[in-house]
Design a protein around this ligand. Structure first.
Ligand code: BJW
Length: 234
């Protein structure tokens, strides 16, 4: 019998940091080099689509060259071997959970290796640079493609499924996220209020530190495998 019946894991940029992807709000992070208002909002895209596409083209090329680390691998192991239910929700737009072997994953902020068409709404795998004149592979219309990521002011994906998981989980684990961006930043409070055990695995105490019953601070590549081994009783 598993000690917890349903484990919900929320991951953020800190999990992918040791794979070589910058976080957003750490010193030297993405938001210290780019203004959110210039690159991560629908208004920015409407104003200057070429600049926004250039920002994501640069990020996409970086993502194509990195590998999952021991933290991603441990979470894939947890999903495969845990006797209870495991739901993994990531805020990360990179494909590192999947590359490590995670099968059932919620990408609540979308995926950088997909493009979405404003004309037909289709999302499609897209590894090349995006430009403003490209035609959609589904409907053939040009000029409507954007990265399939969730910008500020847009609704994150799969919120119904995430809330349903938060309502039934008895363990909520937050990994490598500063707890700054809502709605994800509110998940720990919801899980705690519904009686789940809440755990933070992060380099440092996050903004949501008061919502965690247990906290382990350190590098994700070290503390996540150790915590997963504990859950698997190894
Ligand atoms: C390590 C480590 C190592 C380092 N090991 N750890 C006022 C109050 C409440 C909400 C709002 C508000 N005003 C506006 C809002 C809503 C807004 C919001 O939350 N704003 C806040 C900034 C205040 N949210 C939204 O707009 C969201 N949508 C929404 O709310 O819809 C509802 C709605 C819509 C319309 C009408 C009505 C309602 C959408 C948010 C979209 C976020 N998008 C981004 C960009 C995605 C695409 C891209 O990648 O470019 O998502 S922003 C960026 O932040 C990205 C991340 O997923 C997200 C979270 O960042 P994360 O993962 O936490 O990274 P960091 O850098 O912050 O933290 C890293 C952590 O790791 C640190 O703690 C380190 O210590 C740690 N770390 N190395 C372990 N080795």
């Amino acid at each position: 019998m598993a000690p917890f019946e349903h484990v919900v894991i929320l991951t953020g940029a800190g999990l992918s940091a040791e794979s070589g992807l910058s976080t957003f709000r750490d010193k030297g992070g993405i938001w210290s080099k780019y203004r959110i208002e210039d690159v991560a909002s629908p208004e920015a895209f409407a104003r200057d689509p070429a600049a926004v596409l250039a920002f994501y083209n640069m990020r996409r090329r970086t993502v194509l060259g990195v590998q999952p680390n021991a933290g991603h691998a441990a979470l894939a192991r947890l999903e495969a071997d845990y006797p209870g239910k495991v739901t993994i929700v990531t805020q990360n737009v990179d494909p590192l959970h999947e590359r490590a072997g995670t099968k059932d994953l919620i990408h609540m902020h979308g995926e950088i290796l997909k493009a979405r068409c404003a004309h037909c709404g289709d999302a499609m795998r897209w590894e090349d640079d995006l430009t403003t004149d490209l035609a959609c592979r589904a409907c053939g219309k040009a000029g409507g493609l954007r990265p399939d990521v969730v910008w500020f002011g847009e609704m994150p994906y799969d919120m119904d499924r995430i809330h349903a998981a938060l309502e039934t989980c008895d363990l909520f684990v937050s990994i490598g996220t500063s707890g700054t961006v809502y709605p994800a930043a509110g998940f720990s409070a919801k899980a705690l209020s519904l009686g789940a055990h809440t755990v933070e695995l992060n380099l440092e105490p996050s903004r949501r530190r008061d919502m965690f019953v247990e906290a382990i601070h350190g590098k994700a590549s070290e503390i996540v495998p150790a915590y997963v081994a504990r859950l698997l009783g190894r």
